[in-house]
Write a protein that binds this ligand. Sequence first.
Ligand SMILES: Cc1cc2nc3c(=O)[nH]c(=O)nc-3n(C[C@H](O)[C@H](O)[C@H](O)COP(=O)(O)O)c2cc1C
Length: 230
Amino acid sequence: MRITVINGTEQKGCTFHLKECFLSPLQEGNEITEFYLPGDFPHFCLGCKTCFMQSEDRCPHAEHTMKIWDAILEADLLVIAYPVYVSGIPGQLKALLDHFACHHMVHKPDKGMFAKRAVILSQSLRSSNRTGQREVENNLTWLGISDIKSMGFTLKDSYLWDELTQKRIKKIDRTVRKMACNYRSIAPTKKSIKVHFLFAISKMMIQKSLKNTCTPSSDAQYWRSQGWLS
Ligand SMILES: Cc1cc2nc3c(=O)[nH]c(=O)nc-3n(C[C@H](O)[C@H](O)[C@H](O)COP(=O)(O)O)c2cc1C
């Protein structure tokens, strides 16, 4: 199995330990590729729309985006681990996800995404983890991933891993490892009802756009090339 991990921070702190706990039962026999933000993706989307109008490999940041996107496409399991910042996701993760907007269902979805699974791991000091998780889940669903599981922790005692009580660390470790064991052997997943629905709506939008113009958009040309427009 191939696993691609996006780490939403370069700190070797709580997020890092959470992710390491998750990966520990999956180390053997699996190929794991990791990226750390913002180091491996130090860009904001410029809003040039080149990815929409032409293609993603023309993005001014293609050197970085393509490396991460290719690793996501090759993976059976995608893991996104991040700390909650200001009750949501950290800016560096948002900046990366913005660069993948061109692969959302309404633009150029990649059929390789439909069979993938994803896990979202997050932690905060005290805030709820749900706002950020919903945002990442929403992004991944629009990218075509059907099986997405989220797990979040509120640390409460401290935001420094070494200051957490052994009892707390053991509890986090146990819970995350248990979740990871579900991914020891995974089969490709089927499209969920939600992904089917978003795909159908997107198809209608693309078909409608074709009726209103003689020059098909880059998105419509892509849908046609995939054989999705009958
Ligand atoms: C800029 C910044 C903003 C944060 N905002 C929140 C927040 O709104 N709510 C919260 O509970 N924790 C917040 N935290 C704490 C983090 O969620 C996290 O617990 C802490 O950074 C430890 O994780 P790390 O060791 O992986 O960096 C924030 C931390 C930083 C650095």
